[in-house]
Write a protein that binds this ligand. Structure first.
Ligand code: SF4
Length: 340
């Protein structure tokens, strides 16, 4: 257990009456003594808020960075990846619900100190550490401590996140985060609230703060038939990205497969993904990818100026890379990203 950051007493009183408020994410949970917040991993113990998952990684792997997906960040490298029990959202289509919706007691694991995560990443030859699989927001204190050591050791830090974090904590941790893939789940408040138990406006605010912090941002949008596949909404989302994050922000449309509480919904038709890509490109986005589906060119990077093939990908591997010194090898156009 570790004393948590970003909380304050809400109501002082006798032990049983002490209520505190957590300000780590936009839920701003009021937590009575002995209880946990919506994420189930931050507990009020005698009027103080503790993280129950500090130092308790439950899933650790070495992944290609392309799997996150991050296509404009150290292509062809591996990233030391881990996740922890819990999440502050309740998406009905969660791919990792067995750990994201579990309780810490369901996964009793030995403690791993922050410095040991960094040592393991270095020993595995990974140039980056990814905070991933569930939601790094809810293991904020652990991620912050690891990220600080990793920065000193010249490793890069990568967040794979739903972006549901309040401005102050975003500001504090993202100065250490080199890249993030943010799951922008849709562009409709009703969808966010009903399907994910969150509010879109807070994700958009966090994205702007991450951008200001200088983090390289890529976005993933999982398209679920009948839920968030309205092309007008997708157009509005893409226009917002162009206006607020820039037209060189990579956007990954991803194919939905039936799972968790959405087993009755069919997979995304290929045609929907193709159409969404066209809409995004028309809105001005220069790097639009289609994933979770086998396509011939959907995951390749092309120069937005001369249209030549720059990075050819197959599965999670790099087939060829014609970016030199962050520029197109053919026409010398600058290609935004972190390439080395
Ligand atoms: S981090 Fe957890 S406890 Fe804190 S506000 Fe969010 S859901 Fe509530």
């Amino acid at each position: 257990m570790k004393l948590a950051k970003f909380w304050e007493p809400y109501k002082e009183g006798k032990e049983k009456e002490q209520i505190i408020q957590c300000h780590l994410c936009p839920h701003n949970c009021m937590i009575a003594e002995g209880n946990v917040g919506i994420c189930r991993v931050r507990q009020n113990i005698k009027g103080r808020l503790y993280s129950l998952v500090y130092g308790r990684p439950v899933s650790t792997h070495i992944d290609p960075i392309e799997k996150k997906p991050l296509f404009h960040f150290l292509p062809g490298t591996n990233t030391y990846s881990f996740g922890i029990v819990g999440c502050n959202l309740k998406c009905e289509h969660c791919q990792n619900w067995e750990i994201s919706q579990a309780l810490p007691k369901d996964f009793p694991v030995p403690e791993v100190k922050p410095e040991d995560i960094v040592k393991q990443a270095k020993a595995a030859g990974c140039p980056s550490i990814s905070y991933t699989y569930t939601e790094p927001t809810i293991f904020y204190e652990y991620a912050l401590d690891i990220a600080s050591i990793a920065r000193e050791e010249e490793l890069k830090n990568v967040m794979i996140t739903n972006g549901y974090m309040n401005e102050k904590p975003v500001h504090e941790i993202y100065r250490l985060i080199d890249a993030a893939n943010v799951d922008l789940k849709g562009f409709n408040e009703e969808f966010y609230q009903k399907v994910c138990g969150a509010k879109l406006e807070h994700v958009l605010a966090a994205l702007k703060t991450m951008k200001k912090a200088g983090t390289w941002i890529e976005l993933t949008n999982l398209i679920i038939p009948g839920k968030n596949d309205d092309m007008e909404e997708i157009k509005d989302m893409c226009e917002w990205i162009v206006a607020e994050l820039g037209d060189t922000t990579p956007l990954h449309f991803s194919r939905f497969f039936p799972m968790y509480k959405m087993k009755n919904i069919p997979s995304t038709p290929e045609q929907t993904l193709v159409k969404a890509k066209e809409v995004a490109q028309k809105a001005g986005l220069k790097f639009v990818y289609v994933g979770n589906i086998v396509t011939e060119k959907g995951e390749n990077t092309y120069c937005p100026k001369c249209r030549k093939l720059l990075v050819a990908r197959s599965g999670f591997g790099i087939v060829s890379n014609n970016i030199r010194d962050s520029r197109c090898a053919y026409c010398k156009e600058k290609i935004e990203g972190v390439w080395e």
